[in-house]
Design a protein around this ligand. Sequence first.
Ligand SMILES: [Zn+2]
Length: 251
Amino acid sequence: MGRDVAKLVNSRLFRTCTPLDHNDLFEVESAKSKVRWNLPLQIGFFVYQYAKLRMLQFHYDFVDKFVSSDDYQLCEMDTDSLYIALSGNSLEEVVKPHLLQRFYRECPQWFPARSCDAHHGEFVSACSHGEAWNPRPCCKECSTFDKRTPGLFQIEFVGDGMVALCSKTCFAFGEKNKISCKGLNKNLNDIEKHKYLNVLQYRRNGRGLNKGFRSCGNAVFTYEQERASLSFLYIKRRVCEDGVSTEPLLV
Ligand SMILES: [Zn+2]
């Protein structure tokens, strides 16, 4: 072990040491000597808590209120989006019939309004009777404003199905695909539906490749690293026997 390594190992900041090449080369991890905590943590905290609150409201006070649990299945939810499977072609189509009028009445709380306040009554009446709604110019103005209002939802993706493996690791498919794969570079890896399905079927993690570069002194080195990705393990809820359904984790 070289002198440099010994010095690092004896430092109070030493954390771990890993021999890399027949004990000629070591990777030493040290703690930072100075940590500055000068970020306004309160802001980040409340942004996330309000976002979570909004997602829960959308699910419990809207989706679950108006749609029978036989007609929808929540697939995945994150900070600002959720994906649900529906038994019909649209959300309106699966709303409990006796709540349809109320559904349209409360719609502007959740989606950009399709009518202005003055024409809201007409909008509710037209839609709940299955008639086409023709927004007036004043209504369109409202919609345009609402589309940029925080807290309202819009359609992000419509497709035929999705494989949701674990947090931020999903493959939604249809006419187009929508992919999220935490920790994997989309340009470097062919991310395909069957790779996601394999994780479910064989109950084993997928593998991926990551490339990057880092500077060391006055030189820059590229590195390639095989990386565990597409994790089968899901820890936020208990995964049932079928490997797909989940139930609450009671601890
Ligand atoms: Zn109007």
